[in-house]
Design a protein around this ligand. Structure first.
Ligand code: NAD
Length: 376
């Protein structure tokens, strides 16, 4: 697995399995990575470290400086999940989630990519009618490090009369808007060449600026991509009315938080949802990147072989596509997952009548077997 092929420089990946089902689903990714290394000559140089509660148990902190340094040096980070009831009473800065937040901050991951893609075999798991979601494949790009969750002033204050007031500030700069819009335009070039930019320019100045800056960047550098604009409330409606009208949606932190969860549910289970977070390109042109399933550590099912590994596997698929430019390999993986589902195998979370219920590892093994068959 670690061997360097003559034509292929190993990709340095830091694996951070984390807590709960994190290590269980990461094990299945290693199986798939091993297959790509053995059968397709894609060389990976893997490092593994603790994060979240597992790191706290060993080192007294959810992310050590040494692990952060490894993440900064890696070509990409693959993250499982963190957290669990055991850690609920820890001080705020020792909580498992702080490990992930610190990684995002230090790696400067400002663009969060959340695909919503429906596998034909799971079409009945969607909350919408099959025709509306068959073949659905949209990508929501959410700004992750700015906007109202970080803007100043913020806080809760007591007014002279004794009444209290809570304050948050929506604030965006030209740079923050343009860099996330650039990610969306670049993604669209690899897809259907369409970007819909979403804000509320009708009632928010930050939205007016957002629209102006996205337009200006589009005219200057991405006029080959089709650009449209939509108000966020309308976008929420359109996502459940006719989701297939979208290719790439780009939006701010707050609206992206809501719209990406809404789009995710069009596809069915939490166990099927991958994500990526990207930063600025370095001197080599490559963006810092962290890939992780949307789900958490699922303590209720941890250690029971019940976890669905597909969200984690698809997160690795996104890494192949967006960090390593291996769309061919990512397509192979997507194809194998689709065929295993079409063949009737299901983990408990996506179980349907007449299908065969399988464990985490049987799902992983079956996907590898399917990769093998297609490559034979
Ligand atoms: P969760 O995503 O862990 O679980 C929600 C529900 O979905 C559970 O019933 C769980 O069994 C199920 N589920 C989740 N992933 C699944 C999978 N791959 N296969 C099958 N079923 C799956 O969310 P939660 O229960 O709210 O949180 C549990 C812990 O995870 C908390 O400590 C929370 O803080 C943490 N969390 C971490 C992350 C992260 O690491 N990025 C994200 C969300 C929650």
């Amino acid at each position: 697995m670690m061997a360097r092929s003559e034509t292929d420089t190993p990709r340095r990946i830091l694996l951070l399995p984390g807590d709960g089902i994190g290590p269980e689903v990461m094990r299945e990714v290693r199986r798939v990575m091993d297959w790509f290394a053995r059968r397709q000559g894609i060389a990976f140089e893997l490092q593994e470290a603790l994060v979240g509660g597992a790191s706290y148990d060993r080192h007294g902190t959810p992310l050590t400086d040494a692990t952060l340094e490894q993440a900064l040096q890696a070509d990409a980070v693959l993250f499982g999940a963190v957290g669990g009831p055991k850690y609920d009473d820890l001080a705020f800065d020792q909580k498992p989630e702080r490990g992930l937040l610190r990684l995002r901050k230090e790696l400067g991951l400002f663009a969060n990519l959340r695909p919503a893609k429906v596998f034909d075999a799971l079409i009945d798991s969607s909350s919408l009618k099959p025709d509306l979601v068959r073949g659905l494949d949209i990508m929501i790009v959410r700004e992750l490090t700015g906007g109202i969750y970080f803007g100043e002033p913020r806080g809760i204050e007591t007014l002279p009369g004794g009444e209290r007031r809570g304050i948050n500030t929506q604030v965006y700069t030209t740079t923050e808007i343009r860099r996330v819009a650039a990610v969306a335009f670049e993604l669209a070039r690899k897809r259907q060449h369409r970007v819909c930019s979403v804000e509320k320019a009708n009632v928010m100045e930050s939205g007016v600026l957002w629209r102006e800056e996205v337009k200006a960047l589009h005219e200057a550098e991405y006029s080959d991509v089709e650009l449209s604009h939509m108000y966020a409330d309308n976008c929420a409606m359109q996502l459940v009315r006719e989701p297939k009208q979208f290719d790439v949606i780009v939006t701010d932190n707050l609206f992206g938080d809501l719209l990406s969860d809404c789009a995710a549910m069009l596809t069915g289970s939490l166990g099927m949802l991958p994500s990526a977070s990207l930063g600025a390109p370095g001197s080599d042109g490559k963006r810092k990147a962290l890939y992780e399933p949307v789900h958490g550590s699922a303590p209720d099912i941890a250690g029971k072989g019940l976890a669905n590994p597909i969200a984690m596997l698809q997160s690795f698929g996104m890494m192949l596509r967006y960090s390593f430019d291996r769309d061919d390999a990512a397509d192979q993986l997507d194809g194998a997952i689709g065929r295993v589902l079409a063949g009737g195998l299901r983990t408990a979370d996506i179980m349907q009548d007449g299908m065969a219920k399988v464990s985490t590892s049987v799902m992983g093994e079956s996907i590898v077997r399917e990769l093998d068959k297609a490559a034979a």
